[in-house]
Design a protein. Structure first.
Length: 172
């Protein structure tokens, strides 16, 4: 699993091949993106509405953490925490200069493929109500709203989503 794909920019140029691979979330470049994501979310939501798993939690054996690379430069991250009957998508983040190029979509597809490989056929996530681009992406990928799950409680600033997955997906 994993692999390479081309990213086309709006100015007509394109990147070298983007590669998605499993990484250790304790790597410095990954920590930098996690901190950027934390700052972004903390600017929009109060602490009680931020469900930011710490790096130690993301390093556990039930977590798959992926990073997308443009050559040697990291250009996106995402993780999935695997539970008995579902996986929870966590820590999805693509820096602004790489947004709109399909990197987030491809990270999610790869996370879903990793779940299927482990015979887990449901993906769930929590995101914030102000993250309109993320919500639109999740809907486009087949996610629909659901009730709070796991340890989450109802929060007016949260959107809970779920998708049933049953086949390996390819990147387009």
């Amino acid at each position: 699993m994993g692999g390479r794909f081309a990213v086309h920019f709006s100015d007509g140029t394109y990147s070298s091949m983007i590669e998605i691979q499993q990484v250790d979330p304790k790597q410095a470049e990954v920590i930098d993106l996690i901190h950027q994501l934390d700052e972004y979310q903390e600017s929009m939501y109060p602490p009680e509405s931020n469900h930011l798993d710490p790096i130690d939690e993301l390093s556990k054996t039930n977590v798959i953490f992926l990073a997308a690379y443009d050559g040697t430069r990291i250009c996106g991250i995402g993780a999935v925490k695997i539970f008995y009957d579902y996986g929870e998508i966590k820590r999805m983040y693509v820096p602004e200069e790489y947004r709109g190029k399909g990197i987030g979509k491809d990270i999610i597809k790869e996370l879903e493929n990793r779940l299927i490989a482990r015979s887990v056929f449901a993906a769930r996530l929590e995101t914030g109500i102000h993250q309109h681009e993320a919500i639109a992406l999740y809907k486009k990928l087949g996610y629909s709203k659901t009730a709070p799950f796991g340890d989450y409680t109802k929060d007016p600033l949260s959107v809970f989503m779920e998708k049933k997955i049953d086949r390996i997906q390819t990147r387009d």
